[in-house]
Design a protein around this ligand. Structure first.
Ligand SMILES: [Zn+2]
Length: 290
């Protein structure tokens, strides 16, 4: 418990100083890859929204920026080969029950529902309102944006704070965690595609850049994945922390929605049947699902 508090306090302090620095300095680079250009990247938004994470004793331990870690396990390794997938129904769809807290305004709720709906448009994932199922996604406005990786069993909190997390790309990002996905830059083969500059990372935040033995599902590394962090994620000094290889100027981590590769991965991980998912996006049927 003391360790948790320590980790989260460091996150709190370092992210606050990051925000301050960012507002005082202005880079004169015009490459489109400056720290200011990353203001709306998923990781910048999450980093800002998670600045105060850890103040509430009910918050879980959060690592890798926004992944909640069950305290009895201590890490967030991929579990999709060990049974944390959501079950497939006989019709080929994967129904993931959800509940949305009544903390949200109707406008916020609508953004969240639209984000859930995007999965039905391109995959066999069907987020459906909770109807007495045992396992479900419990969407609440806690402090920051975070999620567990994969199905944990019973109610699992996905936090989408009203302060900073109500964006379609963040809804997709956090739900992709709940479906079993990790961050792109932690992929097993990431060292062939990005260089991590740990010397520029806020001290105590290095764990966000740890490599994981992910299942990559035969899909290419994707700089445009909604799960990819930005160039300056967790930077202590306004210098990049993630640089693409071989061309360091390629844009990374600016997705505003799931990339085609993100969609392909969901379809591969859940063995979505192309025919089944296409028939469900017809307007009449689509209204039944989210
Ligand atoms: Zn994340």
């Amino acid at each position: 418990m003391i360790f948790q508090t320590a980790v989260l306090s460091i996150l709190l302090c370092s992210v606050q100083s990051f925000t301050l620095q960012a507002s005082f300095e202005k880079s004169d680079e015009s490459s489109g890859n400056t720290i200011e250009d990353d203001d709306f990247s998923v990781s910048t938004l999450i980093e800002k929204a998670n600045a105060n994470l850890g103040n509430n004793p009910d918050d879980p331990l959060v690592m890798f920026g926004d992944i909640a870690v069950p305290t009895d396990l201590g890490n967030a390794d991929p579990c999709t080969a060990r049974g944390c997938l959501w079950p497939k129904a006989t019709d080929g769809n994967v129904y993931v029950p959800y509940r949305i807290s009544n903390q949200y305004s109707s406008r916020e709720r609508n953004t969240i529902v639209q984000g859930l709906r995007t999965f039905a448009q391109s995959t066999c994932i069907r987020f459906t309102p909770l109807n007495r199922q045992r396992d479900f996604v419990d969407i609440q406005s806690r402090q920051g944006c975070f999620s567990f990786v994969g199905r944990r069993g019973r109610a699992q909190v996905v936090s989408l704070s009203r302060q900073g997390c109500i964006f379609q790309q963040i809804v997709q990002h956090e739900l992709l965690h709940a479906l079993g996905f990790n961050h792109e830059q932690t992929r097993s083969d990431r060292d062939q595609h990005v260089r991590i500059l740990l010397q520029n990372v806020i001290r105590g935040q290095e764990h966000n850049f740890r490599r994981i033995q992910t299942r990559n599902l035969g899909t290419p590394y994707d700089y445009n994945s909604v799960m990819h962090y930005g160039r300056f994620a967790f930077s202590s000094n306004r210098q990049p922390t993630i640089v693409p290889i071989p061309n360091p100027n390629v844009t990374i981590g600016r997705a505003t929605q799931m990339s085609p590769t993100d969609i392909l991965r969901v379809n591969r991980l859940y063995s979505c049947n192309r025919t089944a998912s296409q028939s469900d996006v017809e307007p009449v049927k689509r209204n039944q699902f989210l």
